[in-house]
Design a protein around this ligand. Structure first.
Ligand SMILES: [Fe+2]
Length: 434
């Protein structure tokens, strides 16, 4: 991991900002809303709030607080997500069965750990603060990951409610689709991976060289209107577009449209965090799996970009810095993909940061020379480098400061509840790389 330079004041300020934001996201949700787990991949809101607190208690307070004792002994068992080296933990698919502690009790846990963290940081000498800041900063980015997951998960929870409750956000914008064009990229011997002093996760390292054949990459995401054409052409009924495993999922799970689409009286509707609305042809298609993205690309005579192609094209387009991208991230509070800005702006590539995480054709595995950190924190990323695909760019639920050109998100091939979409590529690498 790489880290930022911190002093006690800046670290404390950032800690308070990140922690307060989680509570702000949870604030529209009742204790009942916060308890439901609507499927095994989804975690209850109050579990997210408690787990990110457990992270600070475990990786910072337990190792550095004098006379440490946990807030509640059993919370260590309940709120450990996947760290084998820290001992047994409660089964993930059963998180929705835990009614106690309730949402209010989780708030008390958060308040207790917040106060102890602030006391700890205030009492550190410069040398210890310097060493500990990297772990605390990892805790910030970990909590931001869970802020995004909290929104993805509550979207699914609310989708199961026939009253179609609204979480927040704005009504999806209506717009006319504009033309997709392709940007030519020369490729060659390029460098990918994080560099510099700012924060990165371990899986973004080390920076290394890759060879890219010349390729073309789409200037915007695939829209709902284009996806409807795929469906009308038998996209979900013709096995020739699909990888074998993907076709198996189509048949086994009855896929016939993106995850949150339902059809009523011949009209396709889409569930959003702002209620259910007719599918808007000009908006990016969202909540499709890797298998669907791949099948769509094959139908369109294109392919998905590799993660190296995506990163290189974004940097070559002058968009290495996500902070200045103006992307549709969670701070805009649309909580849904937005139409692409008109072509002809400052950058050729549109919708790079925000809107939808973009599937790539790259399997999630270690960069050459990757070494996970020592200890339990080494379980953060490295052990998931099997059976998943890389996504790039961030989505409309991603907090600002949590999107980077080098950021490697990852989900299993069949995952659909994440806010994922499609950018096409052409030329260069082979079409299928699963
Ligand atoms: Fe976590």
């Amino acid at each position: 991991m790489t880290t930022t330079q911190w002093d006690a004041t800046s670290l404390t300020t950032r800690f308070q900002e990140v922690r307060a934001h989680t509570e702000r996201l949870a604030s529209p949700l009742s204790p009942e809303d916060q308890t439901v787990q609507s499927m095994p991949d989804v975690s209850p809101t109050k579990w997210h709030r408690a787990h990110v607190t457990w992270f600070f208690e475990t990786f910072v307070l337990s190792e550095h607080e004098q006379n440490f004792s946990p807030f509640q002994e059993k919370y260590w068992f309940l709120f450990n997500s996947y760290y084998e080296s820290l001992g047994p933990r409660y089964a993930r698919p059963d998180r929705g069965l835990v009614t106690r502690p309730g949402a209010h009790d989780v708030g008390e846990y958060r308040g207790n750990v917040d106060a102890r963290m602030l006391d700890l940081v205030a009492g550190l000498d410069d040398g210890t603060l310097h060493k500990l800041a990297a772990t605390i900063e990892l805790g910030f980015h970990h909590e931001q990951q869970h802020q995004e997951l909290l929104l993805m998960d509550i979207k699914h929870v609310l989708s199961r409610n026939p009253l179609e409750p609204v979480y927040g956000g704005t009504r999806p914008q209506t717009c006319a689709p504009d033309a997709m064009t392709f940007v030519d990229v020369e490729g060659g011997l390029v460098e990918v991976g994080h560099e510099g002093d700012g924060f990165s996760f371990d899986n973004e390292l080390p920076r290394h060289r890759q060879w890219l054949e010349p390729y073309r990459i789409a200037d915007r995401l695939v829209t709902n209107g284009e996806w409807l054409e795929f469906m009308a052409d038998g996209g979900y009924e013709r096995p020739e577009f699909w990888l074998s495993d993907g076709w198996g999922r189509v048949k086994a799970d009855g896929w016939r449209a993106p995850f949150y689409w339902t059809q009523h009286d011949g009209v396709w509707l889409e569930h959003t965090l702002h209620g259910t609305w007719p599918v808007n042809p000009g908006l990016p298609v969202a909540h499709v799996s890797f298998y669907e993205a791949e099948a769509y690309a094959t139908w369109a005579g294109k392919r998905l970009p590799t993660e190296g192609e995506w990163e290189h094209a974004v940097v070559a387009d002058g968009q290495a810095d996500a902070a200045h991208s103006g992307g549709n991230l969670a701070d805009l509070e649309h909580f849904h993909p937005a139409p692409a800005a008109p072509a002809g702006g400052e950058h050729r590539l549109r919708q790079v940061y925000g809107d939808c995480w973009e599937w790539t054709s790259s399997a999630y595995h270690a960069y050459p020379g990757f070494h996970p950190p020592e200890g339990a924190i080494g379980e953060y990323n490295g052990k998931f480098m099997s059976g998943q695909m890389v996504l790039r760019g961030g989505c409309a639920l991603t907090p600002p400061g949590h999107a980077r050109a080098t950021y490697r998100n990852f989900f299993p091939h069949g995952a659909r509840w994440a806010l994922s979409g499609v950018r096409l590529a052409d030329g260069g690498a082979p079409r299928v790389a699963a």
